[in-house]
Design a protein around this ligand. Structure first.
Ligand code: NAD
Length: 356
C-alpha cells in the first residue's frame, strides 16, 4: 500500500499536518499566521526540543519559556504571561505533551494569541477547546474557542523519543477519551466513528511500539489516533473516568497519564453496568465480553501501571478522593454514589482486576 508523505487537513479553524520531520516547517507556519515573534513553550525536560524550534525560527523567536508543569498551575501561567508581555510575543508555539499544550492554551485564553502545537505525547489536548487549570489544589476546567489551537504539527519523529512506559500510559490516556465518548449522552454517529477509529489505532499501535518504539509508521498511526481521541474529547461530554482523574491529578498531584491508565478499566467496568451495549466496540477490538475487563487485560499485557498505591496515593486519601469526585453531579451513564466510588477507588488503589 502506498502512503502519502504528508496530508494536510483543514477541519473547521484548525490546520492539522502529519509527517515525519514536519516540525521543520515551523517558520512557514508562523509566517502563515501573520506572526513575527513566537514565544516557544516547553517543560524543563524538553528544553532541547524548544531550542531546536527556536533555532529554526531564528529572528522570529521572541523568547523561550521552559517551565510548563503538569495540570497547568496558575502560578506558572502568571509567570509565563509576564514573560510573554516582556518579549512582546505575537504567537505561541508549544512543543511537548499536554502540560506544555495546557500552558499555551492558558496563555491564549488570556491574550487570544494564535497557537501552533507540536505534540510529543498522545494526550490529545491540542485538539480540544478545553483548558484545565489548577489553583489552591483544585483543578477546574473551562471551554472557550480561544483556547483551541490554530495549527497542529504531528511529527512522528518527536514521539519516537517518548519512553515506552509513557508511550503506553499516554496511549491509554487517549483511549480513555474515546471510551467515554462512546456513552456520552450528546454523542453523534460521527463522534462514535471517530472514537472507534482512535481506539483501533492504539489497540493495533501500542503492541507494535512495544516491539519497536522507533517504528515511525506506528508512531504516525498512533498520533492519528491521538488526534481522533482528542477531537472526540472536544466534541462530547466526559463522565466518571475523567472526573476521577481530574480529582486525583488536581487534588493529589498524581501524574496524569499513569492515573488515566489505572482508572480506565475500573471506570469502564463500573459504567458497563448501564452502558454495555454502547461499549461493545471496545470488546469488538480487544475481545472479551466486558469492556472494562478487556481494557484491564490490554493494559496489563502492555506492562501499564495497575495500582494507584504505586503512584504514591495513600489508602487514607481514598475517602477524601471519593467525596471530592462525587461532590457535584455530572453526566454519567451509571448512577454515581460516594460509597460506590469509594469501592471503585479501593480496587484501583490495590491494582487487581475490576469486579464486574
Ligand atoms: P506531560 O506533558 O506532563 O509530559 C509528561 C513528561 O514527559 C514531561 O516531563 C515531558 O517533558 C515528558 N515528555 C513529553 N514528551 C516527551 C517525548 N517525546 N520524549 C521524552 N519525554 C517527553 O504529560 P501529558 O500526559 O502529555 O499531559 C498531561 C497534561 O495534559 C495534564 O495536565 C492534563 O490535564 C492535560 N490534558 C488536557 C487536555 C485538554 O483537552 N485540556 C487533554 C489531555 C490532557
Amino acid at each position: 500500500m502506498t502512503r502519502a508523505v504528508e496530508q494536510v487537513q483543514d477541519a473547521a479553524a484548525v490546520r492539522v499536518r502529519f509527517a515525519p520531520g514536519i516540525r521543520s516547517t515551523i517558520a512557514a507556519e508562523v509566517a502563515r499566521l501573520g506572526a513575527t515573534r513566537a514565544l516557544i513553550l516547553s517543560t524543563p525536560g524538553q528544553s532541547a526540543m524548544a531550542a531546536e524550534i527556536a533555532a529554526a525560527l531564528g529572528a522570529a523567536t521572541a523568547g523561550v519559556f521552559s517551565k510548563a508543569a503538569m495540570h497547568t498551575p496558575v502560578a506558572v501561567t502568571d509567570e509565563a504571561l509576564d514573560y510573554l508581555h516582556a518579549c512582546a510575543a505575537d504567537c505561541l508555539v508549544a512543543i511537548g505533551g499536554g502540560s506544555t499544550t495546557g500552558l499555551g492554551k492558558a496563555l491564549a485564553c488570556r491574550t487570544d494569541l494564535p497557537q501552533i502545537v507540536i505534540p510529543t505525547t498522545y494526550a490529545g489536548s491540542e485538539a480540544t477547546p478545553i483548558l484545565g487549570q489548577t489553583e489552591d489544589g483544585v483543578k477546574t476546567t473551562l471551554r472557550d474557542p480561544k483556547v483551541l489551537p490554530e495549527v497542529i504539527l504531528y511529527d512522528p519523529e518527536l514521539v519516537a523519543t517518548l519512553p515506552i512506559a509513557l508511550t503506553v500510559t499516554s496511549g491509554l490516556n487517549a483511549m480513555a477519551h474515546a471510551a467515554e465518548a462512546l456513552y456520552a449522552s450528546n454523542r453523534t454517529a460521527a463522534s462514535d466513528e471517530l472514537a472507534v477509529q482512535g481506539l483501533a489505532a492504539f489497540v493495533t499501535g501500542l503492541p507494535q511500539l512495544l516491539r519497536d518504539p522507533a517504528d515511525l509508521r506506528a508512531r504516525e498511526d498512533t498520533l492519528r489516533g491521538a488526534w481522533a481521541c482528542g477531537t472526540v474529547l472536544g466534541q462530547v461530554e466526559m463522565g466518571l473516568h475523567h472526573k476521577l482523574c481530574h480529582t486525583l491529578g488536581g487534588s493529589f498531584d498524581l501524574p496524569h497519564a499513569e492515573t488515566h491508565a489505572i482508572i480506565l478499566p475500573h471506570a469502564i467496568t463500573y459504567n458497563s453496568r448501564s452502558a454495555a451495549r454502547l461499549l461493545a466496540p471496545i470488546c469488538d477490538l480487544l475481545g472479551g465480553s466486558n469492556a472494562g475487563l478487556a481494557l484491564y487485560t490490554f493494559a496489563r499485557s502492555l506492562g501499564a501501571p495497575l495500582a494507584l498505591r504505586d503512584l504514591g496515593l495513600e489508602e487514607s486519601d481514598l475517602d477524601r478522593a471519593a467525596l471530592l469526585a462525587t461532590a457535584r453531579p455530572y453526566p454519567n451513564p451509571h448512577p454515581v454514589t460516594a460509597p460506590d466510588i469509594r469501592a471503585l477507588l479501593q480496587m484501583a488503589w490495590a491494582g487487581g482486576a475490576p469486579v464486574v
